[in-house]
Design a binder for this molecule. Structure first.
Ligand SMILES: [Zn+2]
Length: 274
């Protein structure tokens, strides 16, 4: 049999893949049917394909294993309290000075060194990780990819997974993933569901409000990277605070973990790039 010429491989893969990539999916956070160009089972494949590219693009993972374990443990507690507790999640810290946190489809969730430096408690860390976890659980990330990245590029990148194939397509998609922009409605959903997740995980939900207050204050001095992809919903602090006051009457008794965060993160963070 003749080997397929590279130019012929993509169209064949694409036409086969398109059939199962297009369809509807139920958002477990809202219960609504949503039109998606990427099927749920493809989330992991896409996440697995691009996680190493994104990590490289953002300075690599911090090399401190104990710090990574601490971040991942806090993230796993939150993920277990989510609407999709068994989907499989990985939380990691990247060696990048931007103030940011983001997620890939399939449960790859990242926080930057720049963001970790700005936080001061485990409840705050849990808050920002819960916000990102909701973006994965509600498939905001997959939806944003469906809207903002060309189907050809996305599928071409996934189709060449593990083959060392179309590097240019992969690099282009990587840059677009980092710049994916959520809607304000996604943001509000991530805030509200995130609060539920942190409380179920045993964390004080005011930690999440404090993170958003800190980021909004920082953003007045200079643009914070987090808000270039996570637009600020109107009245965010007000609706989060109102929800805590009306729904979680035990909020003040829940875990803050300021000392643990200092010991496990702040005291261990490298001052500059490793
Ligand atoms: Zn967000």
């Amino acid at each position: 049999m003749f080997p397929l010429r590279p130019a012929l491989v993509f169209p064949i893969c694409l036409s086969a893949a398109c059939v199962c990539f297009i369809g509807c999916a139920v958002n477990p956070v809202t219960g609504d049917d949503e039109f998606m160009l990427i099927g749920e089972k493809e989330d992991k494949k896409i996440g697995r394909r691009y996680a190493p590219e994104i990590e490289k693009y953002m300075g690599g993972k911090l090399k401190d294993q104990a710090l990574q374990e601490y971040i991942n443990n806090v993230g796993q507690k939150v993920a277990r309290a989510s609407h999709r507790p068994h989907s499989g999640y990985e939380f990691a810290a990247l060696n990048d000075s931007s103030v940011n946190a983001f997620a890939l489809p399939g449960g790859y969730i990242y926080i930057t060194r720049g963001m970790l430096e700005k936080l001061d408690s485990e409840a705050q860390l849990a808050g920002i990780l819960a916000h990102e976890t909701t973006h994965v659980v509600a498939r905001h990330t997959a939806a944003a990819m469906s809207r903002q990245i060309g189907m050809f590029l996305l599928l071409a990148g996934a189709a060449t997974a593990g083959t060392g194939g179309d590097e240019m397509a992969a690099a282009h998609v990587t840059a677009q993933i980092v710049d994916l922009r959520y809607t304000r409605a996604d943001e509000q959903e991530a805030d509200i569901s995130g609060l539920n997740y942190v409380v179920r995980a045993g964390y004080n939900p005011y930690g999440m409000v404090e993170v958003m207050q800190m980021l909004q204050a920082e953003n007045k001095d200079h643009p914070v990277e987090f808000f270039s992809t996570h637009p600020i919903p109107e009245n965010r602090i007000l609706y989060m605070t109102a929800r805590i006051q009306t729904v979680f009457d035990n909020a003040d008794q829940l875990r803050v973990g300021q000392d643990d965060y200092r010991k496990n993160v702040l005291d261990r963070l490298p001052q500059e790039s490793q």
